[in-house]
Write a protein that binds this ligand. Structure first.
Ligand code: KIV
Length: 275
C-alpha cells in the first residue's frame, strides 16, 4: 500500500478516476448499496467511497423473490433520493432487467435517461459479451459504466440457483475472458459476485480497472455489500460472504416493543413530552 494516500482525510468527491488511483495506490475501495436519502447520508458521512443503488432494491425493499420486477422508473426514483443524501461518494445506478438487454441502442438511451434525470455518476450492467456494444456506446458518450460478472442475479431463471460461479474451469475461463472484454470496452470498474477467491485474484491482477468483490475473496480492489445485510436488517439471508456488523433487526424490534408497552401502560408521553 502506498502510504502517501490517506483515504480517511480525503474529502474530495469520489470520481471514477479516483477509484483507479486507489487501485494503483493499493488502497481498497468500500462500496455499499443504498436506496434512500437518509441511508445515503449516513453511509456518505461515514466515508464510504461508492454507493450503489442496486436492483437488490427488489428483494430488500419491495419484498420480491428476485430483482427482475424492478423497473427503470423505480431505479430513477431511488437514485434521485440517494443523490440528494450524498456529498462525497460516487453514486452508481443499477440498470434494471430489460432496460439494456433488448438492444445496445435501448441500453444507451436508458443509461442516458438515468444519468440525465438522477444526477448519478455512473450506471452498472450485468453480463459479459452481450453488453459490450452497449458499454462501448456509453463510454464514447461519456457515461461511465460499471460491469458485473460471476453471479448475475438478473439471470437467475437461466441458472436456477444462486450457486458460486466459475468453479468449473470452463465457466472460470469465460468469466475471465468477459472481464478482459469489458475492460477493453471501457468499464471503469467491475463487480465480481460469488466466484472463487483465486479467480477474483487472477482477474484483479489482469485488469487495470478496479474490481469490487461480493463473495469474491480478499484480493479484489474493493468490497461491496448490501447495507441491510451488513447491519443485520435482513435476517433470512446469510451467505458466507456477509459479515454482520450489527443486528438492527433485533434492535428495532425491541425498541418498537418498548414503545408499544409504554403506550399501553400510559407511560408515554409524560407531561415533559407534552405541550
Ligand atoms: O443489486 C445489488 O445490490 C448489486 C450488488 C449486490 C453488487 O448488484
Amino acid at each position: 500500500m502506498n502510504t502517501n494516500y490517506t483515504p480517511d482525510i480525503d474529502t474530495r468527491k469520489v470520481t471514477t478516476i479516483r477509484l483507479s488511483e486507489m487501485k494503483k495506490a493499493g488502497c481498497k475501495i468500500s462500496c455499499l448499496t443504498a436506496y434512500d436519502a437518509l441511508t445515503a447520508r449516513i453511509l456518505d458521512e461515514s466515508g464510504i467511497d461508492v454507493i450503489l443503488v442496486g436492483d437488490s432494491l427488489g428483494n430488500v425493499f419491495q419484498g420480491h423473490e428476485t430483482t427482475l420486477p424492478v423497473t427503470l422508473e423505480e431505479i430513477i426514483y431511488h437514485t434521485k433520493c440517494v443523490v440528494r443524501g450524498t456529498n462525497r461518494a460516487l453514486v452508481v445506478a443499477d440498470m434494471p432487467f430489460m432496460s439494456y438487454q433488448v438492444s445496445s441502442e435501448e441500453a444507451f438511451r436508458n443509461a442516458g435517461k438515468i444519468m440525465k434525470e438522477t444526477g448519478a455518476s455512473a450506471v452498472k450492467l450485468e453480463g459479459g459479451k452481450l453488453v459490450i456494444e452497449a458499454i462501448t456506446r456509453m463510454t464514447e458518450a461519456g457515461i461511465p459504466a460499471m460491469g458485473h460478472l460471476g453471479l448475475t442475479p438478473q439471470s437467475i431463471h437461466k441458472f436456477g440457483t444462486y450457486r458460486t460461479r466459475g468453479v468449473d474451469p470452463e465457466e472460470a475461463e469465460n468469466i475471465y475472458n468477459d472481464a478482459l472484454k469489458l475492460e477493453n470496452a471501457g468499464v471503469f470498474a467491475l463487480v465480481l459476485e460469488k466466484i472463487p477467491a483465486e479467480l477474483g485474484k487472477k482477474i484483479t491482477e489482469a485488469l487495470k480497472i478496479p474490481t469490487i468483490g461480493i463473495g469474491a475473496g480478499p484480493y479484489c480492489d474493493g468490497q461491496v455489500l448490501v447495507y441491510t445485510d451488513l447491519l443485520g436488517l435482513t435476517i433470512d439471508f446469510s451467505p458466507r460472504f456477509v459479515r454482520r456488523y450489527a443486528m438492527l433487526y433485533d434492535e428495532i424490534k425491541s425498541s418498537v416493543s418498548r414503545f408499544i408497552k409504554d403506550v399501553r401502560e400510559q407511560k408515554f408521553p409524560t407531561m415533559e413530552e407534552s405541550y
